[in-house]
Design a binder for this molecule. Structure first.
Ligand SMILES: Cc1ncc(COP(=O)(O)O)c(C=O)c1O
Length: 414
């Protein structure tokens, strides 16, 4: 796969057109934070607002019906994308963070009690830690961490069997780590969770842009994803939940649109999925997210994985030849899904990012919203380059040339 997709993106089209010298266009290696958006997504959203802008699900006139249809079609697209059994199992949220909070506050709050345990992995993003900390504090449940191998990022069977026990009520694990790049064996973990009667939640923020996801095959009870990580707009995401759980859960937010009937002192809830979508929905965002999913499906998730693999190997092979580079997580490119995290001896990761920024390369540096992992690995911070199908081999080569100079620019002789 070449970089033929860049012309689909206003961002890349503009920089590719305006670059003056070969090395002077911005190299965007921060897709794990947020992906770029193709014209198609922006067009789908502006078409929605130009032709179907009314409050969906409310009006009895044609325009509102058009908005409702566009919104519900988007839900169907998300359901197909992750192979949900029924469309009503998809709840639109703002993002992965809100999806995880929804499960924590609704299912967690109503089911957990003192003596119960919630099991997450040590490599979770804060969005899959902090809500559980809060719920555990209120309910008296205990938060338990699945630890991973510090070099390979692997969570062993032994660890899974030791930490997931009859006390465990919830297991919530990231599918692909935003720091280590590893893919966790979520299907195996789900099987173990179910064997002890616990529910299984998967954080799919980083997996959905890179690999085919089948929530039924994983047997996830809940699965969270964000639109903006897969070339969609910001402010829209989704939660998949098995119907049997969603039906018995109390609502997370209450107000308009999520009710069936309201009296002066009580209310009954709307059917799924609307029970969990209080207030005016982000229909434009949902339409944009669906367009992004269709775009990614057209590019092909197999092609994306293959392109990730080629660029990741090129980058990691190159980094291995540069002295003083240390990988955070496995040094095996096959394990990393386009996410390469590293440190440079003697150069603070923030300086790595700033020096590279001066060279028109955008990478992420810091704790990557995974401070418990950084503490576990005993590193205060790290630098992360994250790749996608719109990145090129040429960009990786330029990156490697610049990284090779980082220590020299920081005053070191070797
Ligand atoms: C693994 C993982 N989980 C959750 C999130 C949170 O996603 P959002 O900010 O879209 O809610 C991120 C974002 O970087 C992530 O990488």
């Amino acid at each position: 796969m070449s970089n033929k997709y860049r012309k689909d993106f206003p961002f890349f089209k503009a920089i590719d057109k305006h670059k003056t010298k070969e090395n002077e266009h911005l190299i965007y290696f921060d897709t794990a934070a947020t992906a770029q958006r193709p014209y198609l997504v922006l067009d789908a959203m502006s078409h929605f607002y130009a032709t179907a802008n009314a409050n969906p699900l409310r009006g009895l006139y044609d325009l509102s019906e058009r908005a409702t249809i566009a919104y519900e079609n988007a839900r169907q697209t998300v359901a197909n994308f992750i192979n949900a059994k029924e469309t009503c199992e998809i709840i639109f949220t703002r993002n992965t963070t809100e999806s995880l909070n929804l499960v924590a506050y609704s299912w967690g709050y109503s089911h957990l009690k003192t003596g119960d345990e919630v099991c997450v992995s040590i490599m979770e993003h804060h969005s899959n830690i902090v809500p559980w900390q809060q719920i555990c504090k209120t309910t008296g449940a205990k938060l338990v961490y699945l630890e991973c191998n510090k070099l390979t990022g692997e969570i062993s069977d032994e660890e899974i069997n030791k930490k997931i026990t009859s006390k465990t009520k919830i297991v919530s694990v990231v599918h692909i780590s935003n720091v280590l790049g590893v893919t966790n064996p979520v299907k195996k973990i789900a099987k173990k969770a179910h064997s002890v009667g616990a529910i299984m939640i998967v954080d799919g923020a980083q997996s959905t842009p890179h690999i085919k996801v089948d929530v039924q095959d994983i047997d996830a009870d809940f699965f969270a994803l964000s639109g903006h990580k897969l070339c969609g707009p910001m402010g829209i995401g989704a939660l998949y939940g098995k119907k049997q759980f969603l039906e018995e859960m109390p609502p997370f937010l209450t107000g308009g649109e999520m009710i069936e009937y309201v009296t002066q002192d009580s209310a009954t809830w709307a059917e799924l999925p609307h029970k969990f979508e209080a207030g005016t929905v982000n229909a434009g965002g949902a339409v944009g997210m669906a367009a992004a999913i269709r775009y990614i499906q057209n590019v092909g998730l197999d092609n994306i994985a293959q392109h990730d693999a080629v660029l990741t190997k090129l980058m990691m092979d190159g980094l291995k030849k540069i002295p003083h580079i240390n990988f955070v997580g496995p040094d095996n490119a096959e394990k990393r899904a386009g996410i390469i995290t590293f440190t440079v001896d003697g150069v603070h990761p923030h300086d790595v990012a700033t020096l590279l920024s001066d060279e028109h390369i955008a990478i992420r540096a810091g704790h990557h919203c995974a401070q418990p992992l950084q503490a576990y690995l005993n590193i205060p911070a790290s630098a992360r380059a994250s790749l996608y199908f719109y990145n090129t081999e040429e960009e990786v080569q330029i990156f490697l040339q610049k990284v090779a100079n980082l220590r020299k620019w920081s005053g070191y002789k070797d």
